[in-house]
Write a protein that binds this ligand. Structure first.
Ligand SMILES: [Ca+2]
Ligand SMILES: [Ca+2]
Length: 516
C-alpha cells in the first residue's frame, strides 16, 4: 500500500513550479507548436470515425472532424513492446530484434545513442510530460509491470518515471487475470485512464510564461484487458444488441496450420461468452473515448489548442473471434489496422480522410516534421505524412509493413495484403472484394506479380530476437517461426486458467493464461 500511495502522490509533489524546468534549447524552441500525443492500447478499428456502427466514441469523432483520419493505418507489429519500441525510436523490429514483450530496449547497445521520440523533443527545447502507457508496461499480475520507460525523455511522468501505470481497479476478490472482464462500482475518475488523463489535463491547463513549447503524451490503457470498467460503460451496450464480428466457420482451411495454432477466442466462443467479451471490449473502447474527451476538453480550456498538433494512434489492433482469435499477435487485418488521426493547425483541413496505407513508423518522422525539428539520422521504415496532410488526394506509392517475430512479414497497399512467414507459408488477400481476409489467394498463379511487387518491400535484414543479458530466458518461442509466444506476463496471476471470481464476467472461463 505504501508503494501505491507514493506513486499516487507523485503528481502532487511533481506539480511544483514549471519554472524549475528550463532548458538550454529553450530559446530555439520558442515559436514551435505544442504536441499532444495520445497513444491508445489495443484499440482496433471499431470506432465511429472508421465507420463502426456500434462503438460509442463521440470524442474520437470530434477529434477526427478537426483533422485527418487515416483509414488504412497499419501497425508495424502486433504486440505492445515491439510496436512501441519501433515507433518511438524509428527502428524496425527486424533491425533491432525487438519482436516481443519481454525485450527491454534500455539494455540494448544499439539504442544507447538513439533518442526516443519524446527524448528528441526534450533535447530540442520542449518541456515533456507524460502519463500512462507510452513505452511498454502493463497492469496485470501483482503490482503490474512498471514498463520500459525512457526516464531521460521526460521533465515529469505520472505515476513515476520508472512506473507507467497505476494498479488496476478490479472487482472485489478478483485476481488480475490478463484476460477477464466485469463491471466495477467506480467513477471514471478512479480508473487508470481517469487518473492518467487527470494528470495530463492538469499539465495541459498549467500556465507558465507560455513561451516554451510542450510535448505532452497521454498513454490510454483501455481497451487493453482486463476489461474492468465502471458499470455504466457496460450498460451502454445491452447484450442483446451486441453485434459479433464477421465470422466464417471454415476460414482457417486455406491457412497453413502452423499459423493458426493459437485459437484463443475459441474457448470463449464455445463457452457461450463471445458476446459478453465483445460487450466488454466495446465498453472499454468507450472508456478510452472518455479519456480522449478529457484531454481534448483540457486542451480547449487551455487556450493553446490553436497551436497544438494532436496525434492519436493505437499501438495495434485487436481480434474478437475472427479466425477464432482474440487479442493481437497475428498478421491479419483486425490485429494490425489501427486508428490514426492527426490534427495539425495550419496544415490539416477539418474532416479530411486518407485511404492510403500508412504506418506506426510514420509517427516519429511526421511529428518531427510538423514541429520543425531536425530528424535524427537513424530513423527508418517511415516517412513524414505532412504531404498527405496538406494534400489528401496526392499520389502515394508507399506500402505499410508489419512484422511479427523474426522473418514473418506482411505488406499492405491500397488493395492487397501479402504475408510471408519465415517458413515460406504465404497469404494474399484482396481487400477490394474480401475485407475480412477470408479468401487466401496466395496459390493463384495469376497473382504472382502482385506477390512479387509487395514482397519486394519485406526487410532484407532480419536479426535474431534480442535477449536481455541479465534476464533468465522466458518462454521458449513456439518454433513455428510465427514469432512469439514469448511474452513477459506471469501466468495467471496466481489464480490460473479458468479461475472465476465473484463479480467478474465469464472471461476467464476456459481462457488460457495469456502472454500478451
Ligand atoms: Ca497493446
Ligand atoms: Ca480463409
Amino acid at each position: 500500500m505504501k508503494a501505491v500511495l507514493t506513486r499516487l502522490l507523485a503528481p502532487c509533489v511533481a506539480a511544483a513550479a514549471l519554472a524549475a524546468w528550463t532548458h538550454p534549447a529553450h530559446a530555439a524552441g520558442a515559436s514551435r507548436p505544442d504536441v499532444l500525443l495520445i497513444m491508445v492500447d489495443d484499440l482496433n478499428a471499431m470506432i465511429e470515425p472508421l465507420g463502426d456502427r456500434q462503438a460509442i466514441t463521440p470524442n474520437l469523432t470530434r477529434l477526427a472532424n478537426q483533422g485527418m483520419v487515416f483509414t488504412n493505418a497499419q501497425s508495424i507489429a502486433p504486440q505492445c513492446n515491439a510496436i512501441r519500441t519501433a515507433a518511438l525510436f524509428g527502428v524496425l523490429p527486424s533491425t533491432s530484434g525487438v519482436y516481443n514483450n519481454g525485450q527491454d530496449w534500455r539494455a540494448m547497445p544499439m539504442f544507447a545513442d538513439k533518442p526516443s521520440l519524446p527524448r528528441h523533443f526534450r533535447d530540442s527545447g520542449y518541456l515533456t510530460f507524460g502519463a500512462g502507457k507510452i513505452f511498454h508496461a502493463h497492469t496485470f499480475a501483482a503490482n503490474g509491470h512498471p514498463g520500459f520507460n525512457d526516464v531521460k525523455a521526460w521533465n515529469d511522468f505520472w505515476p513515476a518515471l520508472d512506473w507507467q501505470l497505476p494498479d488496476e481497479l478490479k472487482p472485489a476478490a478478483v485476481d488480475q487475470l490478463p484476460f477477464n472482464w466485469g463491471p466495477v462500482v467506480a467513477t471514471f475518475d478512479a480508473t487508470i485512464d481517469g487518473m492518467t488523463t487527470g494528470y495530463v489535463a492538469r499539465r495541459i491547463k498549467e500556465t507558465d510564461a507560455g513561451r516554451q513549447p510542450r510535448f505532452i503524451a497521454a498513454g490510454i490503457y483501455r481497451p487493453h484487458a482486463p476489461w474492468y470498467n465502471p458499470t455504466e460503460y457496460f450498460t451502454k451496450y445491452p447484450l442483446d444488441t451486441v453485434q459479433l464480428p464477421p465470422y466464417k466457420a471454415d476460414d482457417l482451411d486455406d491457412i497453413a496450420p502452423a499459423h493458426h495454432d493459437r485459437q484463443r477466442m475459441k474457448p470463449i466462443m464455445e463457452a457461450g461468452a463471445w458476446k459478453d467479451a465483445v460487450q466488454a471490449y466495446l465498453s472499454s473502447i468507450t472508456v478510452a473515448d472518455e479519456a480522449v474527451g478529457r484531454v481534448l476538453k483540457a486542451l480547449d480550456e487551455s487556450g493553446r489548442a490553436r497551436n497544438t498538433i494532436i496525434v492519436l494512434i493505437s499501438d495495434h489492433g485487436y481480434q474478437l473471434g475472427e479466425k477464432n482469435q482474440r487479442e493481437k499477435e497475428t498478421l491479419w487485418e483486425p490485429a494490425l489496422r489501427v486508428p490514426f488521426i492527426i490534427v495539425a493547425p495550419g496544415v490539416t483541413k477539418p474532416g479530411s480522410r486518407s485511404d492510403v496505407p500508412v504506418s506506426s513508423m510514420d509517427l516519429y518522422p511526421t511529428l518531427v516534421d510538423l514541429a520543425g525539428l531536425k530528424a535524427p539520422a537513424h530513423l527508418e521504415g517511415g516517412s513524414s505524412l505532412r504531404p498527405l496532410l496538406e494534400n489528401p488526394g496526392m499520389k502515394w506509392d508507399r506500402v505499410a509493413l508489419s512484422t511479427w517475430g523474426k522473418g514473418n512479414h506482411s505488406v499492405r497497399d491500397v488493395r492487397w495484403r501479402y504475408t510471408r512467414y519465415a517458413d515460406g507459408a504465404e497469404e494474399l488477400y484482396d481487400h477490394s472484394d474480401d475485407p475480412n481476409e477470408w479468401n487466401n489467394r496466395a496459390a493463384d498463379p495469376s497473382l504472382a506479380a502482385v506477390k512479387e511487387r509487395l514482397g519486394a518491400h519485406f526487410p532484407k535484414v532480419n536479426v535474431d530476437p534480442w535477449r536481455n543479458p541479465a534476464a533468465p530466458a522466458r518462454g521458449a518461442g513456439n518454433g513455428s517461426g510465427a514469432g512469439a509466444r514469448e511474452g513477459d506476463a506471469p501466468r495467471g496471476g496466481g489464480a490460473g486458467a479458468g479461475a472465476r471470481a465473484r463479480g467478474a464476467g465469464p472471461g476467464a472461463r476456459g481462457a488460457t493464461p495469456a502472454d500478451e
